[in-house]
Design a protein around this ligand. Structure first.
Ligand code: ATP
Length: 258
């Protein structure tokens, strides 16, 4: 199994190079593919370049003084490199940011409405919101509550729900398990599987390799701004070199959570 799509559909990143400021090189040459209806994980230690990759795809680099100065990013065969974030969303790619960036002073429902700003009318907005509440009953129960008072896991659900309000064909999740207890990490994992089963691809940026590999079809390991290893997630879990050198994983621990 590979992450490649034969007809050019989905996301394709080729030899992507990114620098911050004049000379701080964060990505050297990154190549990866996300085929339709697949979950692809990008793992690596702190500073490997994971968030930078997400920013380059979603058009956010510019806000961080970053420049993609080499390579290509295409979505369904069309270049999206350097595109404005709103245009990327309109093209069908939504994201959650590292650390569950919700609007803490707004209610759950208001957060979802903000996520669905581009919806054409109230009926369409309500329809998609109901589908989010079906996926996350906990959010439905708390829809009038101020989002800042939700638990960490609920805030992450809200961040994902808000991104899904655009009905994206690709969801980019940056470290959704960050700071969550194991039980909640498990819930996020199940949610990611459910999103894929509904036909949305997921690019999962994760430092928690055990979680990432247990839900993804294919994985990439970034190190110093390059893809050092890639392969079907099941193969990565079996490769002792990757586990110990790149991911710091214990085999039994990784196998046990599958
Ligand atoms: P983490 O898991 O800690 O978030 P990461 O793998 O997501 O790490 P990045 O945040 O993409 O890594 O960082 C890659 C490199 O780029 C690091 O050396 C980092 O210091 C640098 N970097 C990231 N953002 C900026 C910025 N806005 N300005 C300058 N350098 C940056």
């Amino acid at each position: 199994m590979t992450a490649q799509s034969s007809d050019g559909s989905g996301l394709s990143v080729r030899d992507l190079a990114v620098r911050y400021g004049r000379s701080n090189r964060a990505l050297e040459a990154v190549t990866l593919t996300v085929a339709p209806a697949s979950v692809v994980s990008v793992m690596g230690v702190n500073g490997a370049g994971k968030t930078t990759l997400a920013r380059a795809i979603t058009g956010m680099l510019h806000f961080h003084n970053g420049v993609a100065d080499g390579g290509q990013i295409t979505w369904d065969g069309r270049s999206i490199k350097g595109m404005h974030p709103a245009a990327v969303v309109r093209a069908g790619i939504s994201q959650t940011l590292e650390g569950r960036r919700i609007f803490p002073e707004l209610t759950v429902e208001q957060n979802l409405v903000v996520g669905g700003m581009t919806r054409r009318n109230d009926k369409e907005l309500k329809g998609v919101m109901d589908s989010i509440y079906d996926m996350f009953p906990r959010l439905a129960e708390r829809r009038l509550q101020i989002a800042g008072y939700l638990s960490g896991g609920e805030q992450q659900m809200l961040a994902i729900g808000r991104a899904l309000m655009q009905s994206p064909r690709l969801l980019v999740l940056d470290e959704p398990s960050l700071g969550l207890a194991p039980k909640l990490v498990d819930q996020i994992r199940l949610t990611i599987g459910a999103i894929r089963d509904l036909g949305t691809s997921v690019l999962l940026i994760e430092q928690n390799a055990t979680m990432a590999l247990s839900v993804s079809d294919y994985g990439y390991v970034l190190s110093h701004g390059r893809v050092n290893k890639e392969g079907p997630s099941a193969d990565i879990l079996r490769d002792p070199e990757i586990k110990t050198f790149y991911l710091g994983l214990d085999l039994d621990e990784a196998g046990a959570s599958r």
